[in-house]
Design a protein around this ligand. Structure first.
Ligand code: ATP
Length: 262
C-alpha cells in the first residue's frame, strides 16, 4: 500500500484568532476507511476542508497523490478536486433541480464554466449517473425534485454526485448527523461498500464513536485541534474515548459493547 494522502504539520488559525488545528500530521493509505472522531469544535470539519482547500491552511502541507495541494494554482487545483469527492451533513443539493441534475453537477470539474452553465453533459455521463443512482437504490427517484426526497435519499444523491466524479478519495463531513438510525446505517453501509468494492479511499468525520468503531479500518481521535489517537478500532480503550470526548463522553458510550466497553 502507498500513501494516497499526507497531511503534514497542518495548523489553522481563523481570522478571529481561534486556533482550530495545531500541528496535525497523518497519512492515509489507498483503500483505507478512516474515521475522524471528536467532540463539537474539535476541528474535524476544518481538517477535512483543509484537504481539498475549501479552507486554506495557516501552515503545513497537504500532499495528495504526491502533489502538494497547498501550493497549487487555480487550474491545477480544479484538476485535483475532480478526484476528491465531498459529502456534506446537509447534503448541499439544489432543491429545485431533479435528482439526476444534482448528480451531474459532480461532472462540473471536468467542464468549462460555459459548458457547465449550459448543462452540457454527454450520453456517457448521463448513463454513468443513472448506473450510480441504481447502485444506491435510487432508480425510481431519478426525475424527482431533490426536495421531494427523505434525508437518507438526499444523502444518497450526495454520494452519487461524489461518485460520478470518479474520485480516488471521498471526504465525508458528518454524513449521518442529520439522519435517523435506520437511514444512518444505510448510508454507512453504502460508504463501506464503496470503499471495499470500488476501492475508493474514505475519510469520514463522525460524532458517534460506536459508528466509527464498527465501520473503520482506522480511527483518528481529535481534541482541541490536536490528534490524540491514531490507531485501529480494537485498540481504542474507554479511557482513550474519555480523553477524546472529555465531558461529552456520557452521551456517546451508550451503544458501546464488547471489547471496547468497561
Ligand atoms: N469560519 C470560522 N471562523 C472562526 N472560527 C471558526 C470557523 N469555523 C470553525 N471555527 C472554530 O474552529 C474550531 C473548530 O471548528 P470545526 O467546525 O472544525 O470543529 P468540528 O470538530 O467539526 O465541530 P462540529 O462537530 O461542531 O462541526 C471551533 O472552535 C470553531 O468555533
Amino acid at each position: 500500500m502507498k500513501a494516497l494522502l499526507e497531511v503534514r504539520r497542518v495548523s489553522k488559525k481563523y481570522g478571529n484568532g481561534s486556533t482550530a488545528l495545531s500541528d496535525v500530521s497523518f497519512s492515509i493509505q489507498e483503500g483505507e476507511f478512516v474515521s475522524i472522531i471528536g467532540p463539537s469544535g474539535a476541528g474535524k470539519s476544518t481538517l477535512l476542508r483543509c484537504i481539498n482547500r475549501m479552507i486554506e491552511v495557516s501552515s503545513g502541507e497537504v500532499v495528495f497523490q504526491n502533489v502538494n495541494v497547498t501550493k497549487l494554482g487555480k487550474k491545477q487545483l480544479k484538476q485535483v478536486r475532480r478526484t476528491i469527492g465531498m459529502i456534506f451533513q446537509h447534503y448541499n443539493l439544489v432543491n429545485r433541480l431533479s435528482v439526476i441534475e444534482n448528480v451531474l453537477h459532480g461532472r462540473l470539474g471536468y467542464k468549462s464554466t460555459l459548458a457547465g452553465m449550459l448543462g452540457l453533459y454527454n450520453e456517457e455521463e448521463k448513463k454513468k449517473a443513472v448506473e450510480i443512482l441504481a447502485m444506491l437504490g435510487l432508480q425510481d427517484q431519478i426525475y424527482k425534485r431533490a426536495d421531494q426526497l427523505s434525508g437518507g435519499q438526499k444523502q444518497r444523491v450526495g454520494i452519487a454526485r461524489a461518485l460520478v466524479q470518479e474520485p480516488k478519495l471521498l471526504l465525508c463531513d458528518e454524513p449521518i448527523a442529520s439522519l435517523d438510525p435506520n437511514a444512518s446505517k444505510t448510508i454507512m453501509d453504502y460508504l463501506k461498500t464503496i470503499s471495499t468494492t470500488l476501492g475508493i479511499t474514505v475519510l469520514v468525520n463522525l460524532h458517534q464513536v460506536d459508528v466509527a468503531l464498527k465501520y473503520s479500518d482506522r480511527i483518528i481521535g481529535v481534541n482541541k485541534g490536536r490528534i490524540i489517537y491514531d490507531g485501529v478500532p480494537r485498540e481504542m480503550t474507554s479511557d482513550m474515548i474519555h480523553n477524546i470526548y472529555g465531558s461529552e463522553t456520557g452521551d456517546l458510550l451508550f451503544d458501546l459493547g464488547g471489547e471496547n466497553a468497561g
